[in-house]
Design a protein around this ligand. Structure first.
Ligand code: E4P
Length: 216
């Protein structure tokens, strides 16, 4: 199971990388804007800074929504660093662009996936990753985890190479359910990754061991 961090914050990315369990990073325009990154040059140098910290794939999202624009932006993004994966929205021109990138050996992450049908289309176009948004489905009263189950079954049925990148993960139980179901990748905020460390019995046990160590 791969762990990606879902942020554009460099210190959070460094902290996750330092833990030694990070496999990649996902960003989106909202996360970039949250860090105050504005203008093409700053955006590109920020992606480069992220790539310099991590060892794995770094998803950078296109803004264009037409085929030519998506292709143009994607081809510029992959020039930044060979860790860049072009993040493309689940729209008609996005699917066409994923096919185009796939034929040229460029990695893609199809974002904003909310149904199995959308994921099948992206997989057939050759997407490296599909990103189903669990939390946002839960937010509107649906069951995001059901979609992950459906995708694991469908992708196994046909042996799709596309990896299921569970996104919009809000808490530790989301991550654990993804692990049980068999999502290939989870992308989550730093607090969810660090949340895996915590157990009150570990804290109590350590406190006792340290107290007893003074009597040794
Ligand atoms: C995934 O690639 C997205 O960046 C992200 O997981 C969306 O999460 P949110 O629904 O918490 O904004």
């Amino acid at each position: 199971m791969k762990f990606f961090i879902d942020t554009a914050n460099l210190s959070e990315i460094r902290e996750a990388q330092d833990l030694g369990v990070l496999d990649g990073v996902t960003t989106n325009p909202s996360l970039m804007a949250k860090e105050g990154i504005k203008g093409k040059d700053s955006v590109f140098s920020h992606y480069k800074a992220i790539c310099d910290i991590v060892d794995g794939d770094v998803s950078a999202e296109v803004i264009a929504t037409d085929f030519q624009g998506i292709v143009r932006e994607g081809e510029e993004l992959v020039e930044i660093d060979n860790k860049i994966v072009v993040k493309v929205p689940m729209i008609k021109d996005g699917v066409k662009a994923i096919k185009y990138f796939t034929q040229r050996g460029i990695k893609t992450n199809c974002t904003l996936i909310f149904s199995a049908g959308q994921a099948i289309l992206a997989a057939k176009a050759g997407a490296t990753y599909v990103s189903p948004f669990i939390g946002r489905i839960d937010d509107i009263g649906g069951d995001g985890m059901e979609l992950i189950e459906q995708l694991v079954l469908i992708f196994e049925n046909y042996g799709f190479d596309t990896e299921i990148l569970a996104a919009s993960i809000r808490h530790v139980p989301h991550l654990l359910q993804c692990a049980e179901i068999g999502a290939d990748v989870v992308t989550c905020p730093l607090n969810v990754i660090m949340g895996l460390l915590k157990h009150p019995l570990t804290d109590l046990g350590l406190e006792k061991f340290l107290a007893d160590a003074k009597k040794m």
